[in-house]
Design a binder for this molecule. Sequence first.
Ligand SMILES: [Zn+2]
Length: 267
Amino acid sequence: MSLTIKTQQSPDGPKRWIIWHEGQVLTLAGQLPETVDGLALTHQRHVGVIEDHAYLTAELVGPAPADTEWRPLRPLLAEQDTAHQQALSRARQLLTFEREHRYCGTCASALEYNGHDSGKHCPSCNAHYYPRLAPAMMVAIVRGREILLARAPHFSPGVYSALAGFVEPGETLEQCVHRETLEEVGVRIGNLRYVASQSWPFPHSLMLAFVADYVDGEIVRQEEEIEDARWFDIDHLPTLPLRASIAWALIQHVVTQIGQAHAHHPD
Ligand SMILES: [Zn+2]
């Protein structure tokens, strides 16, 4: 099951609505609603199709149904399969784009949607705008049976994760991984391998996950960004980030690889 991106009207058929109000998602009896009859909506956008269901998103401007439950995005994401995580992430980012790109940054005219893609254009000066995507790398550094994990001050208590940082203009992903690692913990790495990516709508990150081997250097924290960083044996890992996050998947991937590489072979 996967999300097929749509920017225009989907064929008639069953629908699911991702309705937002103050950053939360409307659910009825634990589900996304199939109809929005009687609701006052604005900023309606097409998200895509999952199996035979068209997913649409909009913002609620009027009162909500009496039996509505509003769900914050993070815990809701954690309960979803990959396709629905993507639909929620895309819906959130489309509405963020709508909110932040109402007027042209060059001439201040009201922007219009292109229709054939997710972008907008300015009818006065023909400037084009697209939803912002911020590529960010994440890296799990391996040394024997150990992984280097760190915690930032804003993490939940006790949680450690892989190192992460945003790509700078002009920089390749590979350069970003080496730079951030050196900046954040002072160690050098090699043998960089790409693992996977994930859309992460807080507010518009594209997380790209890597594994790397430790080369040399002692851990020296960047004090503003890293509260603690240390090597963890794969049998004694700390509390990890949300299961829905690519950080969790990356660390599991590395644990499996290390486990296989260090398995005891009686022969
Ligand atoms: Zn303009």
